[in-house]
Design a protein around this ligand. Sequence first.
Ligand SMILES: *Cc1c(COP(=O)(O)O)cnc(C)c1O
Length: 389
Amino acid sequence: MNIYEADKKYIANTYARFPVNIVSGKGSLVYDENNKEYIDLGSGIAVTTFGHCDEQWQSAVKAQLDAFAHTSNLYYTSPCVELAKMLCERTGMSKVFFSNSGAEANECAIKAARKYATDKKGKDFYKIITLKNSFHGRTITTLAATGQDAFHDKFLPLTEGFVYAEANNIDDLTEKVKAGGIAAIMFEVVQGEGGVIPLEPSFLNAAERLANEYDLLLVADEVQTGNGRTGMLYGYMNYGIRPDIVSTAKGLAGGLPLGATLLSKKVEDVFSYGDHGSTFGGNPVCAAGAVSILSRIDNTLLCEVRRKSKLITDLLTGAEGVISVTGMGLMLGIECQRPANEVIDECREKGVLVLKAKNKVRLLPALNIPDELLIKSIDIIKTACKTVK
Ligand SMILES: *Cc1c(COP(=O)(O)O)cnc(C)c1O
């Protein structure tokens, strides 16, 4: 049995994988079992922040592996404290809860918002407004938060208490707030899975005004947009708003599973002993990886992310077969005349790995991808966009 057959036989049918068996990687390049080289513009879905086998990251992770790998949260360990301090100092937030994934980081954000609002305003104030076309995760509660029916239908009943407002529609948001019983407004500043669509600044400013007026929490889901991806440390920083709760995961630990939920001063003490927990959350190996990653997401790197973003956008805008390029930083979506699947397949055949988001080709390259690889891969994408089969 080859790997394709064994995967089909033994692994649950949840993924339509691309027919590539990756055996190694270095920087923004990966290699399959036949030693075919690919430029990786997906980064494991925005996870390998500094590419594959980054040496600084590897040595931080290895040093922690050699010390100890895991102790649970029953004891003090320094990597997660160091990381929490760094996250707070870099964002102005006050406290951090660590978990293992984006869905869990959001689950914690939702629990925190509900508890804060119901403690303060009464038991009816448990509802959370999320946006249509959003994506917040795959657990029953984060699916409920996800404003897309297609994700819900097979798993009803979901957790109740989510209200879906139209993205970029201030009137609709205002109406949903005025209906009452709201604890928080939760959003991705760039809807990732929904098609790489940035929210409009005027909409987020209105959300912040409503939150102040009606005493609601603002919850930024920065699972995909966080950790330098959009050209700022966190995506909300592009908008000048101040969320009360920020969740992040994906690129935080540069390739290891780690989620973080950042709590502002207002909500820092919302949890007491026993209110929330995680066996693996804040695992020292993952936290050591994250300290290494975060310490390198400095102004110089963020400027580079913005420069590369412009480089890609300039190369693609107006190219034959390209309808539009949306997104922010190194989180970009290309709407093509050709179906996205065909473009993605042709790119892969020519040695470029790209992702999909709705009807778009999605790019999430490593933040330190060299220009030379970027230009080479965009050339291949351009050719794929204009090819008519
Ligand atoms: C990927 C993603 C999630 C879910 O993260 P997992 O680590 O897969 O649980 C949640 N929110 C957003 C915005 C995401 O992009």
